[in-house]
Design a protein. Sequence first.
Length: 190
Amino acid sequence: MEFFLIFLGAVLVNNFVLVQFLGLCPLMGVSKQVETSVGMGMAVTFVMTVAAAVSWLIEHYILVPFEIEFLQTVAFILVIASMVQLVEMFLNKMSPSLYRSLGIFLPLITTNCAIMGMALLMVQEQYTFIQSVIFGIGAGVGFTIALVLLAGLREELDYADVPVPLKGAGIAFIIAGLLSVAFTGFGGLV
């Protein structure tokens, strides 16, 4: 039950994008098509999951024993950058069309503050290794849900009569705000 609550908390209650407002750049940049959003969401979920596991290991077996916790941010950035490079090489080889459609946003996963926030929050909450991995998966799934929801709504808005001043980013921010309000309602679940 504890693992389920950590997962549910990361997906809905403390959604990194819609509740904690981390990772808004890729949310707004990649959420124009559902297909691209699913690909980006899977990439971010993979990076978050592996980064959670590796960051926990580095924290507990290198930084704390050698009393060099002050290098935590640098170590986590190196882990995240390495994972993003792996994802980038994999997508370039296995799905060149998705690789091209993600464009500049794929390497920008490295600077996605949602991933760094997840790694730092995992340490702050003093999660065990398994709890950290579950938290990483949940955070990635929550990011993916937010991305796909916004992309689906933005695709539908292509057929709507949106006032000219609100077209594009304006209406996207309004929708993201409304989704955020909706996700805030999950606060009583966990």
